[in-house]
Design a protein around this ligand. Structure first.
Ligand code: SF4
Length: 376
């Protein structure tokens, strides 16, 4: 990328993209949409710990609660002035009932004692932008390629274990989950961060030495459903508090091919006339991921961007999803199409978030070695 491009501010870039797409030159940002992240209202748990859980971690009916469910309940009941955030994975749509909208889920988490409810798709947006910049920085000939870094711990573990020589082709980025946790902790030091998703591997990822501390607990959708049942929260009766701050690109991370499509669309926005375009290949399920990398290593591919997801269907097929992967995929696609923003570059909330975190230019994001980055 040209030096000039790297010194471009996000606002200049956003306005350029906006003008190209709509002819408008106005920056439109409604702070209320991200109030859950920036200015969460305090909420006290509407339940008492001894009424729902005994000291041995069982319910009154004798059901043993998982370690993470018990831990989250204890933390919420004792939080006092401490802020608590639910950070919800992009595969959440429809998991808690076909009539339960994101706005209703937001309100339901308040009964538990969460002050903030944030869709991790916003951070998938940020990482998409970073991956597009990494592609632009690294891919200049037909022999160059990238392996996507940012999403799946099973994919990363496979590369580290079986194909360590390919690590230089993996951009040094954290996952959207870690980016979300770090952001909350920076904006609200001492906050409790709970990631909610379909994934068991994320529980181990949250504890990895170099990134530990961003996420305090990982709850699966099934564990979260257990909590709603235990506390008798009727999600279908919640008020629908609509908030809109993630783009189509961030929302499709939850299914196979989503990361590739997101990065490709963002790169096209960034450099519509780039000579070498992003040619993606995807695989889901560890055997397919392995076959894809073997083909790459043996020169049997023409792609230059490789996306792997440990589960069949990607996170839509996560082991602790409540719904079947095909239903999650369709829900994810529907929710993505409903976004007002196509890519992170069209999304003023990404821009605002990056400014608040101290990132002003594209170069700031690309040269960051701490906040959205890690070394493999
Ligand atoms: S694909 Fe599976 S293992 Fe990978 S992040 Fe998604 S749910 Fe977790």
């Amino acid at each position: 990328m040209e030096k000039d491009s790297l010194s471009l501010t996000f606002e200049e870039l956003y306005l350029r993209v906006l003008e190209e797409a709509t002819g408008s030159e106005e920056f439109s940002f409604d702070e209320k949409q991200l109030s859950c992240l920036f200015y969460p209202n305090p909420h006290v748990p509407e339940w008492k710990l001894p009424e729902v859980m005994q000291e041995d971690g069982t319910t009154k009916e004798g059901k043993k609660l998982s370690k993470d469910v018990a831990g989250v309940l204890q933390e919420l009941s004792a939080k006092k002035g401490r802020k608590a955030f639910a950070l919800v994975a992009p595969a959440f749509q429809g998991q808690f009932g076909s009539d339960v909208t994101p706005g209703m889920l937001r309100m339901a988490f308040r009964h538990l004692g969460f002050d903030g409810f944030v869709e991790v798709a916003l951070f998938a947006d940020v990482l998409t932008l970073k991956e597009a910049l990494e592609f632009d920085r690294n891919i200049h000939t037909k022999n160059d390629y990238l392996l996507t870094s940012c999403c799946c711990p099973m994919w990363l573990a496979m590369i580290k274990k079986l194909y360590a020589e390919l690590i230089p082709h993996v951009p040094p980025s954290v996952s959207p989950m870690i980016a979300a946790g770090r952001t909350v902790k920076k904006l609200h030091p001492d906050a409790l961060t709970v990631f909610v998703g379909p994934c068991v591997a994320k529980k181990a990822e949250a504890k990895e030495k170099d990134i530990a501390g961003a996420i305090d607990y990982v709850l699966t959708f099934q564990e979260t459903q257990d909590i709603f049942e235990l506390l008798q929260v009727n999600l279908a009766e919640e008020y629908d508090k609509v908030r809109e701050y993630s783009s189509e690109a961030g929302r499709i991370y939850a299914r196979t091919g989503g990361v590739s499509e997101a990065v490709k669309a963002t790169l096209s926005r960034l450099h519509p006339n780039r000579e070498i375009t992003l040619e993606a290949q995807q695989a889901d399920g560890v055997p397919n991921c392995k076959a894809m990398i073997d083909a790459l290593v043996n020169g049997h591919t023409t792609a230059n961007f490789f996306e792997g997801m440990g589960c069949f269907g990607g996170c839509s097929g996560g082991p602790k999803s409540i719904l079947k992967k095909e239903i999650v995929r369709d829900n994810v696609n529907q929710y993505a199409r409903a976004s007002r923003f196509k890519t992170p570059l069209d999304n003023p909330y990404v821009l605002e978030l990056l400014y608040r975190l101290g990132f002003t230019t594209l170069g700031d994001l690309l040269t960051d070695k701490e906040f959205f980055s890690r070394q493999f």
